[in-house]
Design a protein around this ligand. Sequence first.
Ligand SMILES: O=C(O)[C@H](O)COP(=O)(O)O
Ligand SMILES: [Mn+2]
Ligand SMILES: [Mn+2]
Length: 559
Amino acid sequence: MGSSEFSWKLADHPKLPKGKHIALIVLDGWGEANPDKYNCIHVAETPTMDSLKLGAPEKWRLVRAHGKAVGLPTEDDMGNSEVGHNALGAGRIYAQGAKLVDLALATGSIYDGEGFNYIKECFSTGTLHLIGLLSDGGVHSRLDQLQLLIKGASERGAKRIRIHALTDGRDVLDGSSVGFVETLEKDLAELRAKGVDAQIASGGGRMYVTMDRYENDWGVVKRGWDAQVLGEAPYKFKSALEAVKKLREIPNTSDQYLPPFVIVDDSGKPVGPIVDGDAVVTINFRADRMTMLAKALEYEDFDKFDRVRVPKIRYAGMLQYDGELLLPKKYLVSPPLIERTSGEYLVHNGVRTFACSETVKFGHVTFFWNGNRSGYFNQELEEYVEVPSDSGITFNVKPKMKALEIAEKARDAILSRKFDQIRVNLPNSDMVGHTGDIEATVVACKAADQAVKMILDAIEQVGGIYVVTADHGNAEDMVKRNKKGTPLLDKEGNIQILTSHTLQPVPVAIGGPGLASGVRFRNDVPTGGLANVAATVMNLHGFVAPDDYETTLIEVVDN
Ligand SMILES: O=C(O)[C@H](O)COP(=O)(O)O
Ligand SMILES: [Mn+2]
Ligand SMILES: [Mn+2]
C-alpha cells in the first residue's frame, strides 16, 4: 500500500450499524476436542458455553489456532497466547518469532546483523552468556535454535560460553528437562573437545526463576539474577544433569518450579557469573516472559530489586521484545513488524475501547493484541484495567483465579455504556491447565463459564453483541496421546499428563440482542483462523476491514 493513499478511515459497512456495545471475550486455552474424561471443558459444568455451541449453528463455528494459521513454522506447532492474540488483534498472519529465528539461522543472516556484531566485540576477552528456556516446545524458545547459535557463535570467535538454562515442563512434558540437559551437555562436551570453554552455569524452573511476566512477581526475576549474574543460589552442583535430576526428587516439585542452582568448580566457585566485559543474549524469541529480565539487564535506573552488582555487559535479545519501549535496544533478529492492528484502526474511527484481564494475562489483551506494543493508542478513547493476580502460588490452588473480578469490571464497563468494545481475557482454563491438575482445571473451566455468563447478561441489558472465542487449546485435552488418540502411559502405567497447549481448533460464537438479524457465519471460509476474527469484529462495529486483512467470517443475508 503506497503511503500517499493510506488512510486510517475505515469504510462504512453497507449493512451493519455503528454504535453497538460489543463484548469480545477471549477464553485462554479453551479448545474443542472429543468429549472424554481428560477433556476438562467437557467434564466441567459449562452451561453458558454449551448453550452457545448448541444454539444457532450459524452463530458458532471453529477456527484454526495453531501452526501456519498463526504464523508458526509448521502444522505441528501448537498455538500460544502471543501468536494467538497477535492474530486476533492484527487480523493478518505474520511470520512469528519462531519462524524468523529459524530463517535467520538457516541463512546465516543472524550473524551479519547489528546485534550479533555488537555482542561479538566481547568474544576475544569476555564470556558469552546465553539465558533462556531449555525446551523444544517452540512457544518461547527452541533447543535446536540454541544449539545452532552456540555452534555459530563458537565458529565466530566465542571462546568461553556459559548457558543459564531454565527448565520447562509447561510447553512440554514434565520431566523432559533431563533429556534436554543431556542433549545440550553433549554439544558442550564436543565444543570443549575443540577447545571452546563451554558449560552450563546456572538454572532453575521457568515459573520460579526468571520467567515471570507483566511484573506479577519480581522475586522470580531476582532469583534468576542472583544465580545468573551473582553466581549465588541455594543449590550448588558440579553438573547441570545432576542438578536437574536431584532437584526433581524434592517432593512436589516439577520442571516448571525447580529451585535456582549454580554450577560450581572443584573449589566450589561458580563457573559462570556474569561480569564486566561479558556478552549476554536472552535466547527466547517470545517477549512476555523475557521483558522483565531485559529491563534488569538494560536499564540503568532500575529499582524493582537490588541487583547488588550491575556488570558492564553487551546485551542483546534474540528479538526485540517491546517495539514501543524499544527493549532491548540490541537484538539478533528483527521481530515481526505488526502494524495497523484492529485496535489502532478502531480507535482512529472513534471506537471507545475497554480492555481487561488479571495481571498474568493483562498484556495478552493489550500488548499482544496491539502487535507487541505497550501503552494506549489514544488515552481519551481507551481504558485498560488490570486486576492484580495472585502471586507466589500455582493456580491449581485457586483455580477460580480472578475470573469473577474481570467479569465484574467488564459488566460495569458495559453497563456504563461508555465503551463500544469491551475486551477481556479469561485465563482460567489455560493457567490451571498448565499445572496438569485435572480436578482443578475442571473448576477453572466452570469459573470461566460463569464469568462469560455475567458478561453476556450485561450485553443483554444494553442490547449489545458478543463475540466469544479463545486463543488456542489447552484444558480440552490434558493427556498425551498417540496418533490414534489413545492416552499414553508411562513406565509405571500412569497416564502422561499434558500440561501444554494443543493443536485443537477453538470456537467463535457471535450473538446478542444487538446482532442484526441476517448476520451469520459464511460457509465459504472453512479454513478460517484466528486472524479472521478482526475483520469480523470490525464489521460488527459497522466498518469494512482494510483490504489486506484476512477475510471476515460473517455475512449479512436478507430475511
Ligand atoms: O508462558 C506460558 O505460560 C506458556 O509457555 C504458554 O502459555 P500462553 O501462551 O497461554 O501464555
Ligand atoms: Mn493463551
Ligand atoms: Mn498457556
